[in-house]
Design a protein around this ligand. Structure first.
Ligand SMILES: [Fe+2]
Length: 194
């Protein structure tokens, strides 16, 4: 795949259909924030959303994809110390120690912006045998699931891949402080300080 849908294409087609970000989000079962991220190059719609997105914008998937080539326009995000990237096509998770130009499956990936968890994506923290035990009470169906949890502390990055139909939970050895990240394939990246 040489092209993936760009935020500019989503914005242009949405505006042409006289839809707000919220209206488009509602049709796709995502949040207005998620649509806003796509349109501003801070995230990409998961591949499972391409068909519904094309339907909502009343064009074909090939037309949707044939927009201009994706470029990482979010230069400011290069200042992020430790950006995370997720390929919307194959689900590959990439963690860079510093500024990087990252692509996967022919798609240029923007560094993801993490947000505060909402009720649907809240983190449940427990401690067993001196270890962190985290779970996310979130659906784990094949179209909507938590695809990884990552514990990031000073100098360490510990990632646990999660799968549809499996539990959204993971154990980590506490290295002291840091953050937990988790990723919903529809709603994006969330972060909580530990
Ligand atoms: Fe979600």
């Amino acid at each position: 795949m040489d092209n993936y849908i760009t935020g500019e294409t989503v914005r242009r087609l949405r505006a042409a259909r006289r839809m707000t970000q919220e209206q488009l989000a509602e049709r796709l079962g995502v949040t207005g924030k998620a649509v806003s991220k796509w349109e501003t190059g801070r995230g990409l719609p998961d591949i499972a959303l391409l068909e519904p997105l094309a339907r909502a914008l009343r064009i074909s998937v090939p037309e949707l994809l044939s927009g201009e080539q994706v470029v990482n326009s979010n230069r400011a995000a290069n200042l992020l110390r430790s950006p995370l990237y997720v390929c919307p096509v194959c689900g590959n998770v990439i963690h860079a120690g510093g500024a990087a130009v990252v692509s996967c499956c022919g798609v240029a990936l923007p560094p993801l912006e993490a947000e505060e968890p909402d009720g649907e994506h809240r983190l449940v923290r427990e401690r067993f045998d001196g270890e962190y035990f985290f779970s996310i009470p979130h659906p784990m169906g094949k179209d909507h699931f938590i695809s990884f949890m990552a514990y990031v502390s000073t100098g360490r990055f510990d990632l646990v891949k999660l799968y549809p139909e499996g539990p959204a939970e993971a154990r980590f050895y506490p290295w002291g402080g840091g953050c937990l990240y988790w990723y919903c394939n529809r709603h994006g990246l969330f972060r909580e300080k530990l």
